[in-house]
Design a protein around this ligand. Structure first.
Ligand SMILES: Nc1ncnc2c1ncn2[C@@H]1O[C@H](COP(=O)(O)OP(=O)(O)OP(=O)(O)O)[C@@H](O)[C@H]1O
Length: 589
């Protein structure tokens, strides 16, 4: 998240120095000052630690590691951070340790907490502990009762040779309470979800009550549609957002109707696009899932993590550990031999595409910038690298695609218009500025005929920017204005069907000519063009680049410099959290 760094007028000493260097924002300084004043903490090194913790949360980390902060802190301005007056780590840690505002093990009621050299706001430490405890308790609990003969038969019936990892994931989901199904696009995650649900439904007894959920409405709609069209016979399943599943409470984003004392009534809870789930939401979810239910977390840990703090899926997948002997024995009993640590099964065979986009995604994930640049310059039909400022290729493609959308929309063919809208998407890292969505939206509008530029023009592409539960629209939904016999309607795809809404009923919509990579998560397009910002942009990271590349099914155009590409590929987001280490620690005991 880019935040304008304003100068804090009243800050002095260390806080002022870090604020001047563009490390601390005004809000970081103010929160630290306030917390320290209320708690009677005069030490400015502790205030600095608090401000850095508040800042870390703003940037997606859950905590700050005091010993490495000097090396790992980055600035949104180009300044040499090593010249800043960093406190010496041992003295800094000792000052935090004895501070009246910092709790240590066994203490409570203080706003911060220091654990193994990691400084947390206490609330986030408690959430991380809750997630860790829940995962470990569920791993240690006896597996849900399973008819092994039936399971073996169904695994053999539903998974063909070539899909061994998929079959293993299904077996784990039957034999363990928490399963993590990880994999990139096209590796068969949704196919596996459908088949593993069929395996669970085929067990003797009452069919399980199943919930399908995802962090965004768009991802939920996609999951529901994919499971329905998988060809696997299943009961009619609806998917919802996680917020809706947990039961929204008006006025609160972190309190829900379902919680530890009022659990969800499901036997199986499947969450797709888990990489986008923040620590706070994961804590609320996991405590609301019944202890004897099966929780199946699905996602791509290499994608951008949640906008809010935490990267729980990435942490679980990265946590080390030993395979559990009990699970290994149970798996062997149904003919499975794969090693499973912490319930994680990673699918690595790409079924959908195997061309240069997939090769590029693999090279990006591996951080191999030479291979990425070579692939981009290979002249492949799938991947194009536009290193100059020339936009003629992009312009032709955008104008033609939008003309197809407009033609179908004017003829009242909503299905064809929505389909054409998914043919190509322009993605940007930034929202504003010369490389951002706003500027590119204006540029594309300048390429189009004037009569297609009002919100009431057939063919006008729309992006919904807020949830509207009454209208059944979600933030991130994309649609198009079409001509119908009853007048103009906004058309949106819904599980293979089209939903038509009078444009006057759309409360929060904007024209969709470009979108941020963050917003594109959970969607795919036939062709994608990606505008890269300069190499110095702090938003340019490996996860962002990987997410953008993997949105494309058949064609990808990168507009940017070699420097920008190399910067992106070699700059993974480092999100600090204690979860991956604590999961590992306990797994060894
Ligand atoms: N075992 C399999 N045998 C044959 N085809 C498969 C198998 N598994 C998946 N596929 C096919 O591969 C394609 C991608 O599968 P699927 O949609 O399940 O992947 P995914 O990981 O959910 O992808 P994404 O994250 O992009 O939605 C689909 O066309 C699916 O039918």
């Amino acid at each position: 998240m880019t935040v304008l760094i304003e100068r804090a007028r009243n800050a002095a000493g260390l806080l002022a120095a870090f604020n001047d260097a563009g490390v601390l924002a005004l809000a970081d300084v103010h929160v630290a000052d306030r917390v320290a004043r209320l708690g009677g903490e005069p030490d400015e090194t502790v205030r600095l630690a608090v401000a850095l913790t508040v800042r870390a949360l703003r940037l997606g980390s859950v905590c700050v590691e005091l010993a490495t902060a000097r090396r790992t802190t980055t600035s949104e301005e180009e300044v040499d951070l090593s010249t800043l007056p960093w406190p010496e780590p041992p003295a800094w840690r000792a000052a935090c340790d004895r501070s009246p505002i910092v709790a240590a093990a066994g203490e409570s009621g203080r706003p911060l907490r220091l654990v193994r050299g990691l400084l947390y706001l206490d609330r986030y430490w408690r959430e991380e502990e809750l997630v860790r405890r829940q995962l470990q308790q569920r791993a240690a609990a006896p597996p849900p009762p399973v008819d092994l003969t039936q399971l073996r038969t169904d695994l053999g019936r539903l998974f063909e040779p070539g899909g061994e990892k998929q079959r293993l994931a299904a077996a784990v989901s039957a034999l363990r309470r928490v399963t993590v199904l990880a994999g990139g696009p096209g590796t068969g995650k949704t196919t596996t979800i459908a088949r593993l649900l069929a395996v669970l439904c085929a067990q003797p007894g009452e069919p399980p009550r199943i919930a399908l959920a995802a962090p965004t409405g768009k991802a939920a709609a996609r999951l529901e549609e994919a499971v329905r069209s998988s060809g696997v016979p299943l009961p009619d399943l609806r998917a919802s957002t996680l917020h809706r599943l947990l039961g929204r409470r008006p006025g609160s984003r972190t309190r829900f109707k379902h919680h530890a004392a009022h659990r969800l009534p499901y036997d199986v809870v499947v969450v797709d696009e888990t990489s986008m789930v923040s620590l706070t939401l994961m804590a609320r979810l996991i405590e609301a899932v019944r202890p004897d239910a099966r929780l199946i977390l699905v996602g791509d840990p290499d994608q951008l993590a949640s906008v809010e703090a935490g990267a729980v899926l990435g942490d679980i997948v990265a946590a080390k550990g030993e395979p559990s002997p009990a699970l290994a024995a149970a798996l062997a009993g149904v003919g499975e031999t794969g090693e499973v640590v912490n319930g994680v099964v990673t699918l690595d065979r790409v079924w959908r595409f195997g061309g240069d986009i997939a090769r590029l995604a693999t090279a990006v994930r591996a951080g191999d910038d030479d291979a990425v640049v070579a692939l981009l310059r290979s002249g492949s039909g799938e991947v194009e690298f536009v290193e100059s400022a020339a936009v003629s290729g992009l312009r032709t493609e955008v104008v033609e695609a939008l003309a197809t959308v407009a033609e179908a929309a004017s003829g009242g063919d909503a299905v064809a218009a929505l389909h054409a809208l998914e043919q190509h998407r322009l993605l940007c890292a930034h929202r504003r500025g010369p490389y951002g969505v706003t500027r590119w939206t204006a540029e594309i509008e300048s390429w189009l005929p004037a009569d297609r530029l009002t919100d009431l023009s057939p063919g006008r592409p729309l992006l919904i920017t807020a949830n509207d539960y009454d209208a059944g629209l979600y933030n991130g939904d994309t649609g198009v204005v079409i001509q119908t016999p009853d007048g103009l309607r906004a058309a949106f795809a819904r599980g293979g069907e089209v939903m038509l809404i009078p444009p006057s009923r759309l409360s929060e919509a904007q024209p969709l000519y470009a979108m941020t990579v963050h917003r594109s998560q959970g969607s795919q397009f036939d062709r994608v063009s990606l505008v890269l910002p300069p190499a110095t942009s702090p938003l340019l990271t490996r996860e962002l680049f990987y997410t953008a590349v993997t949105r494309a099914r058949t064609g990808l155009r990168i507009l940017g410099t070699e420097d920008a590409v190399r910067a992106a590929v070699t700059r993974p987001i480092a999100r600090a959290s204690g979860l991956r280490d604590t999961l590992t620690e306990r797994a060894r005991t």
